[in-house]
Write a new protein. Structure first.
Length: 256
C-alpha cells in the first residue's frame, strides 16, 4: 500500500512538472510575438525604435516663452528648439572658472536656443498678422531683449562661428547683424542703456592666437589637519588654465 502511494505521488509530480514547463513555453512564445506598446519591431542586437507617436511627443517644441514690454503693449513670443542639435552638443567644451565654455561660439552653457520670435500687440485688432523674426542663414538666437521704448529687439546670433549681435526693427520687420564678434563667455553680453544705445562686451581686436600649451608641475601644499574639499567643478587647475581663461574671457566694452 505504501509502495503504490509512493509511485502515484511520483507520477503526479512528473505530471505537474510537465504542465508547468508547457505553460512557461506558451508564455514565452506569447511574449516574443508581441512587442511592447509604443515600440517599433526589434532591430539588430535587440535595439528598438520608438513609435512615431512617441518620437513626436519627445521632440515636440515647448510652448513659447513670453517676453513682455508693458510700456509699448507688445509681447514677444520666444520659440525655442525642441531638441538641441547633436553637433552642438558634441562640440568640445572647456571647463574654466566654473563655466562650460564653447570656444567656437564663445558662449557658455548648453540650453535650447530660440528659433524664431513672434511679436504681437495687446491692442491689435483680432486677426491681425503677427510680426515674425526668423534669424537668417539658419542661425539661432539667445538673450533676446526689448529696447527701452519697445521698438527694437536685440539678441545674440549663434551660428557656426563667434556669436554676433543682431537688432530687429519691429515696425519695419528688418534684421541687422553686426559684424563685430561678441564675447558671451560671461553670459548675457549686452544691455540697453537708452532707446537707441546698447552696451556690449566684445572680443578684443588685439587678442591674437591661442597661446600654446606649456606643461608645468602642479604644486599642492597641505599643512596638516583636515582640509575642505571643493564639490564644484571646472576650476582653474594650473597656469595654462589661467592663460586660457585670460584669452577666452577677455572683453572690451562697446556702446552702439
Amino acid at each position: 500500500m505504501i509502495r503504490t502511494d509512493a509511485v502515484t505521488l511520483r507520477r503526479r509530480i512528473r505530471g505537474a512538472g510537465a504542465l508547468l514547463a508547457a505553460a512557461c513555453i506558451a508564455c514565452s512564445a506569447s511574449t516574443a510575438s508581441h512587442e511592447p506598446e509604443g515600440l517599433a519591431p526589434s532591430g539588430v542586437g535587440g535595439y528598438r525604435l520608438p513609435s512615431a507617436a512617441v518620437a513626436e511627443l519627445v521632440t515636440a517644441s515647448p510652448p513659447p516663452e513670453p517676453l513682455v514690454h508693458a510700456r509699448s503693449g507688445r509681447v514677444a513670443l520666444l520659440f525655442r528648439e525642441g531638441v538641441i542639435d547633436f553637433e552642438r552638443l558634441a562640440r568640445p567644451r572647456l571647463g574654466l572658472a566654473g563655466f562650460r565654455f564653447d570656444p567656437v561660439t564663445r558662449t557658455s552653457g548648453v540650453e535650447p536656443l530660440v528659433t524664431r520670435v513672434e511679436v504681437i500687440a495687446v491692442d491689435a485688432p483680432p486677426g491681425s498678422a503677427r510680426i515674425e523674426w526668423r534669424p537668417s542663414a539658419g542661425a539661432l538666437l539667445d538673450h533676446v531683449h526689448f529696447s527701452p521704448d519697445g521698438r527694437n529687439l536685440s539678441a545674440l546670433v549663434v551660428g557656426d562661428g563667434t556669436a554676433r549681435l543682431a537688432l530687429f526693427d519691429i515696425e519695419r520687420g528688418q534684421e541687422r547683424v553686426l559684424g563685430t564678434p561678441v564675447n558671451a563667455a560671461w553670459g548675457d553680453p549686452c544691455s540697453w542703456t537708452a532707446p537707441d544705445a546698447l552696451l556690449c562686451r566684445l572680443v578684443p581686436a588685439h587678442l591674437g592666437d591661442l597661446p600654446p600649451e606649456h606643461p608645468a608641475p602642479v604644486l599642492i601644499e597641505h599643512g596638516g589637519g583636515p582640509a575642505p574639499t571643493r564639490t564644484y567643478s571646472n576650476l582653474l587647475d594650473d597656469d595654462y588654465d589661467e592663460t586660457l581663461f585670460e584669452h577666452y574671457f577677455a572683453a572690451v566694452s562697446y556702446t552702439h
